[in-house]
Design a protein around this ligand. Structure first.
Ligand SMILES: [Zn+2]
Ligand SMILES: [Zn+2]
Length: 314
């Protein structure tokens, strides 16, 4: 019997489970993060100027918002809106520049975790169930090898795409053209802040959001039967701006296919704002909201505010 538990790319059978496995040090992942962190720590302070810091802010904003949130997460993984293939390539390329994974690796990592968290029990690697420092070590330097892993079967549109296959093989090298451009325009200071500090901060920030968003924080919804719940970690809205809306993770567990993550008032969602602008000029369309998604009976609302209800029933 095959069951994907609402994550169609994951094909699990009776034999596969989310609990048994070992966390092993991943040399390539560890060297990549450590190398970026080392350059950031050694050369970041001595190359800090207003212009290099501005380059860091601009490149981080573009890669995290357009790339990670809109390209990889809301479009490639969840298909929460539609756009021209050329725009999708551009956004996914920006997502590769975050320095986390290639497009297919990104979808696989996301979907495996999503699938595991929907089971009654899963390995602490998936649930961020270990203490702060051990979870940092696991997520930034290690990989989980499940003893009985399910199959990852991406749809043909992604699996057979030659551009995505090329990006998957070369994703770390994609920092080079950007680094060269930055070096020509502003010298080594721009390379240190526009590549190394940015990649180090983005990977650390991504882990931090994942760590806290699965452990503590505000909940509007509960997914019955799921061993791991999502939490909104907004820090008064500031985190919504810093994470491009990705911190509203309780909403995301309830409505993974929604293009809008900040569903309630006081939940800023810059990714959604950009999508609405792109929609206005005709670049994206078919933006899906919770009301457009198939009903999931296991999703239960804990509090009912009028405004959230208005969004839900729009
Ligand atoms: Zn989650
Ligand atoms: Zn997701």
């Amino acid at each position: 019997m095959n069951t994907h538990n609402g994550v169609p790319r994951i094909q699990s059978s009776h034999g596969s489970n989310t609990v048994d496995g070992v966390v092993r040090w991943d040399p390539a992942k560890s060297a990549w993060f450590s190398g970026m962190a080392l350059v950031a720590i050694l050369w970041g302070p001595i190359t800090l100027q207003w212009d290099s810091f501005a380059i860091f802010l601009i490149s981080s904003g573009m890669t995290l918002c357009l790339g990670h949130s809109l390209g990889m997460h809301r479009r490639l993984i969840h298909g929460s809106y539609a756009c021209h293939p050329g725009l999708e390539y551009f956004l996914v390329y920006c997502g590769v520049l975050v320095g986390m994974a290639g497009p297919i690796g990104m979808v696989r990592t996301h979907d495996m975790r999503d699938w595991a968290q929907r089971q009654p029990r899963c390995h602490a690697y998936f649930s961020h169930g270990q203490d702060f420092w051990r979870d940092a070590w696991w997520q930034l330097h290690c990989e989980l090898q499940l003893t009985h892993s399910p199959q990852f079967a991406p749809e043909a549109r992604i699996a057979n795409d030659r551009f995505y296959a090329w990006l998957e093989r070369t994703w770390r090298w994609q920092q080079l053209p950007l680094a060269l451009g930055l070096w020509l325009a502003g010298g080594w200071a721009w390379v240190v802040w526009g590549v190394c500090v940015r990649v180090c901060v983005s990977l650390t920030g991504h882990w931090l959001v994942g760590h806290f968003a699965h452990r503590q924080g505000h909940q509007t919804y509960v997914v019955d039967g799921a061993g791991v719940q999502g939490h909104n970690v907004g820090l008064g809205g500031l985190n919504g701006l810093l994470t491009m809306g990705e911190c509203w993770h309780n909403n995301h567990h309830a409505f993974p296919g929604s293009a809008c993550l900040g569903l309630e008032p006081g939940q800023p969602d810059p990714g959604w704002w950009v999508l609405r602008c792109l929609q206005r000029i005709g670049c994206v369309w078919d933006l899906r909201l919770p009301a457009d998604l198939p009903n999931r009976p296991q999703v239960r609302r804990l509090q009912d505010t009028l405004s959230a209800k208005a969004i839900y029933e729009r």
